[in-house]
Design a protein around this ligand. Structure first.
Ligand code: ATR
Length: 276
């Protein structure tokens, strides 16, 4: 018995993705969305465990809450201060974070692009940004520049990472004075409210990748900007969603599912199915 907790969670694609994986590997699976606010989460999770829950995904806005209530936590989840995958171990929950790995697998495994050595700009400094920052550094980007609407939050994230020789912060309004980025990651939530990011056109090096952690309509604004200034690759986060799910599935069931079929299915199902 498995579930995804979030608020709102009704439109989550995770039940569909995990059902596809389970069918592929002939594993019987009960995986349901469970709606829970931050206040309701502890009770809802305890109730789920009482009913035999063995594992769960956690999505917005509960990933930090989940990190707090685990009895044990993986190193990557501790650093990210984020848990998106819960595994029942004895009387408690073990927490892991598969978002960062999902991003790297999508860029390198699906799109066959390398991450190593890229000068990287991370837009945003909230939970999503933190969840991928460490994975990008581990994957070998040359350096990480963090810009955030509220500069103090960028400084807090840079301090938490603690690699001053590789991690810098810049004022958002000052980004026009910087450029030469090979990889630009949009980890802001601006696309969800259709808010424009107002980014300068001078940011990219030749052959740059622009990647939005969101997918579907929430990614359209950033990806349109990326194409308009000549990004060689403008990618949304659909592949990351599928890869983080595959990683969670393997943690729970000990088998790694194939992800291309469900990726193609969701790409065709969601609005704006173009990809480059
Ligand atoms: P998530 O879990 O999706 O990362 P979050 O932790 O609330 O959500 O973080 C949202 C991020 O998007 C923050 O970096 C936020 O900037 P602030 O720290 O200034 O709040 C950023 N963000 C949200 N709306 C934005 C906008 N319209 N323009 C630029 N950044 C925005």
């Amino acid at each position: 018995m498995y579930a995804v907790f979030g608020h709102p969670v009704a439109h989550s694609l995770s039940p569909r993705i995990h059902a596809t994986f389970a069918r592929q590997l002939s594993i019987p699976l009960d995986y349901r969305p469970i709606e829970a606010t931050a206040e309701e989460f502890v009770g809802a999770l305890a109730d789920f465990a009482d009913r035999g829950g063995r594992g769960a995904n956690v999505t917005l806005p509960l990933k930090q809450n989940a990190a707090r209530l685990c009895l044990s936590i993986s190193e990557r989840a501790r650093r990210a201060d984020s848990v998106n995958t819960l595994v029942r171990r004895g009387e408690g929950w073990h927490g892991d974070s598969t978002d960062g790995t999902g991003l790297i697998r999508d860029i390198s495994g699906r799109h066959h692009l390398y991450v190593r050595g890229r000068r990287t700009l991370l837009l945003g400094a909230g939970g999503a940004a933190r969840a991928v920052a460490f994975a990008l550094l581990d994957a070998g980007i040359s350096d990480l520049t963090i810009a955030n609407r509220t500069p103090e939050h960028a400084d807090t994230l840079a301090d938490a990472i603690g690699q001053p020789e590789r991690v810098h912060t810049r004022y958002w309004n000052d980004l026009g004075n910087w450029g030469g980025f090979d990889l630009v990651i949009n980890a802001t939530s601006a696309g969800h409210s259709n808010a424009p990011l107002n980014l300068p056109s001078s940011l990219l090096a030749a052959r740059a990748i622009c990647y939005d952690l969101s997918y579907s309509t929430a990614s359209f604004g950033f990806l349109a900007w990326a194409r308009s200034i000549g990004a060689e690759h403008a990618l949304d986060g659909l592949g990351m969603l599928v890869e983080q799910a595959a990683e969670a599935f393997e943690i729970w069931h000990g088998q790694r599912p194939e992800t291309d079929a469900i990726y193609a299915e969701l790409r065709a199902y969601l609005p704006g199915n173009a990809e480059d």
